[in-house]
Write a protein that binds this ligand. Structure first.
Ligand code: KIV
Length: 292
């Protein structure tokens, strides 16, 4: 969908009541990290942009998400916000920005809100409740994130699907209920079996947004660079590529390089020209560079 008609602005309260079992269409969230990405997502009609800490891996070249700081996310959130998208801008609280104290969490979240985010996302379940409550109390909408939480990569022993045992599945349900009860307006479910995502989705009255969590969530989220095939080195099972922009970009740049080297770029139509009388005064007629 691409339309020039202005869209209704998406808000956290509007997203909160959006459960797919009420017959609503699934919500669409996509990451974006800069103004062009935000314009693409917004013109395509997504409901939410996530300025994810996946920034670390897909934009900044790190091996995991632990390297980005609140300042990094704020910088990219501001770029997204300058595009003035009508979708909701959610910014990720990075690792260690909400693990120490509610006061720290509030100070870090306020940097993201002042940069242009309308909500923040944090990873983890019941042990994050004091932080979630402090944020909600400060009028900051919070999105939770459960399952395969990339900021716990070392604690999980790698990027592994979570919630495979009965106990782990029940823990996820309990975490999701606690987050919803504490005021989260939505919960990302990442890297969990689809049956578990279905259980969690049925257990909470806020939308679940899945990534690698099957089709039973109230919405889906993917990473911009994965959807568009800009990142082509790794292809997780849950990614569907809708374009091959990396291949297209390499071919386009190779074409440009060949044109420059072959003297085909720039052409006359791509060059500026002197007025005829100035060219004449400068004695340029007949030089091959005569004004046209
Ligand atoms: O940072 C990110 O891109 C995310 C999504 C994978 C949900 O947290």
């Amino acid at each position: 969908m691409s339309s020039t008609a202005p869209r209704t602005r998406r808000t956290a309260p509007a997203i909160r009541g959006h459960k797919a079992h009420d017959g609503a269409e699934p919500l669409v969230m996509l990451t974006a990290y800069d103004a062009p990405g935000a314009r693409i997502a917004d013109e395509a009609g997504v409901d939410m942009i996530l300025v994810g800490d996946s920034l670390a891996m897909v934009v900044l070249g790190y091996a995991d998400t632990l390297q980005v700081t609140t300042a990094d996310i704020a910088h990219h959130t501001a770029a997204v916000a300058r595009a003035k998208p009508s979708c909701l801008i959610v910014a990720d609280l990075p690792w260690m920005s909400y693990h120490v104290s509610p006061a720290d969490t509030l100070a870090n979240a306020s940097l993201l809100i002042r940069a242009g985010a309308q909500a923040v996302k944090l990873e983890g379940g019941r042990k994050r409740l004091p932080m979630v409550e402090a944020l909600v109390d400060a009028e900051i909408p919070v999105m939770g994130h459960l399952g395969l939480t990339p900021q716990s990569v070392h604690a999980m022993g790698g990027f592994k699907v979570q919630g495979r045992s009965t106990e782990a599945a029940m823990e996820l349900v309990a975490d999701a209920k606690a987050l919803a009860h504490a005021g989260c307006f939505a919960i990302v479910l990442e890297g969990v079996p689809d049956e578990v995502a279905r259980l969690v989705t049925a257990a909470v009255d806020v939308p679940t947004i899945g990534i690698g969590a099957g089709p039973h969530c109230d919405g889906q989220v993917l990473v911009f660079h994965d959807v568009l095939g800009i990142e082509d080195r790794i292809a997780p099972k849950f990614v569907r590529r809708y374009a091959s922009l990396k291949d297209d970009a390499v071919a386009a740049v190779a074409h440009y390089a060949a044109d420059v080297r072959g003297g085909q770029f720039p052409a006359a139509a791509e060059s500026y020209h002197l007025a005829a009388e100035v060219a004449e005064t400068l004695g340029l007629y007949g030089s091959g560079a005569a004004a046209r």
